[in-house]
Design a protein around this ligand. Structure first.
Ligand code: ADP
Ligand code: MG
Length: 317
């Protein structure tokens, strides 16, 4: 199969939202009047971000999902994507599954694939995503203010727990693995939440590298510190069973791949955020506060700072 047949068969779909989609030298895109473009790229590399034998359908989903998550964290409406893909060979069964997973999520979020690049090489998947946002309402990392509440969506740590299982660090039962594997392989980008936060929050980030690491980006960019209440952090019953182990705490505090949102709001918005949680059927949990200073302190049930070395956290960094 030629490169052009491959693009035509697996990556060319109607793109009604574009003036011009796949097939010419460039796509042509019209942004809604008054909006600005929000643009982000994420690359997934075989052996680094996924196992070489990963299910191609799930990989298609995740390749787009991690990019949608960036738009969610900016409060942007997803519109278009491009896909640069490097493939060792034209494995049609693999391509059919990969594109099915990709386009299933794309149509769920109203995203049109409008271009890309296809080459032979080690398996490597790079999406650039384009969304629209009202510049005044974009959720910047630099906008956290002292006194703001810190909230997170969903539950944290499951993806990292599933990965620990796949890497042989722990042995989850089939039932428990199924719960965590969902978070690892099929993260749900929190686009609706990002949009609901428009005008309510000014500051958000998506949790791709772990809560402490991603929150640190907000703190650095905003010139503030944070207190996090360890016992408030939202976990599934599966992760809860591991919370008294260093591995469980590491998954919760610094496990990657959750793709939940962490955002800050003025405390006056507390009830509004609870209402958004009900409206979206999405758990939203207040886990701490922005404080003056720098860095993040994690507090135990007695409001005392947790010493990470004693809980074996550093060991796993
Ligand atoms: P060029 O030589 O101008 O870079 P290509 O031959 O690489 O063009 O691509 C032909 C068309 O197919 C272009 O519109 C390009 O955007 C699109 N395209 C190439 N690869 C992909 C892909 N993996 N997914 C979607 N569109 C693609
Ligand atoms: Mg090209």
């Amino acid at each position: 199969m030629s490169e052009f047949d491959l693009i035509k068969r697996y990556f060319t779909r109607a793109a009604p939202s574009a003036l011009l989609g796949v097939g010419d030298d460039c796509a042509l895109l019209q942004v809604k009047p008054g909006a600005v473009l929000a643009v982000s790229s994420d690359m997934l590399v075989s052996g680094t971000h996924f196992f070489p034998d990963a299910d191609p359908y799930l990989l298609g989903h995740k390749t787009l999902a991690v990019n949608l998550s960036d738009l969610a964290a900016m409060g942007a409406v997803p519109r278009w994507a491009t896909l640069a893909i490097s493939l060792p060979n034209a494995d049609e069964a693999w391509l059919a599954r990969f594109s099915a997973g990709f386009f299933a999520l794309a149509s769920q979020f109203g995203v049109d694939l409008v271009g890309g690049d296809t080459t032979r090489g080690p398996l490597n998947l790079c999406v650039t995503i384009f969304g629209e946002v009202d510049a005044a309402h974009a959720l910047h990392r630099s906008s956290a203010k002292v006194g703001d509440e810190i909230w997170v969506s969903g539950r944290l740590g499951d993806a990292a727990l599933a990965l620990a299982h796949l890497q042989g660090e722990i042995n989850l039962s089939d039932e428990h693995y199924a719960v965590c594997a969902q978070a690892l392989h099929q993260p749900e980008p929190r686009v609706a939440l990002g949009l609901a936060l428009s005008g309510i929050s000014r500051c958000a980030i998506d949790i791709s590298d772990g809560l402490l690491s991603d929150l640190a980006h907000i703190l650095d960019a905003s010139g503030v510190g944070a207190n996090i209440d360890f016992s408030a952090l939202p976990v599934t019953p599966v992760l809860a069973m591991y919370l008294n182990t260093p591995l469980g705490r590491r998954c919760l505090l610094s496990g990657g791949d959750d793709y939940e949102l962490c955002f800050t709001v003025n405390e006056h918005q507390h009830e509004t955020i609870k209402a958004i949680s009900v409206q979206l059927s999405l758990p939203l949990t207040c886990v701490g506060r922005i404080v003056a200073g720098q860095g993040c302190v994690v507090l135990d049930g007695n409001n005392l700072p947790i010493n990470f070395e004693t809980i074996g956290y550093d060991h796993f960094r």
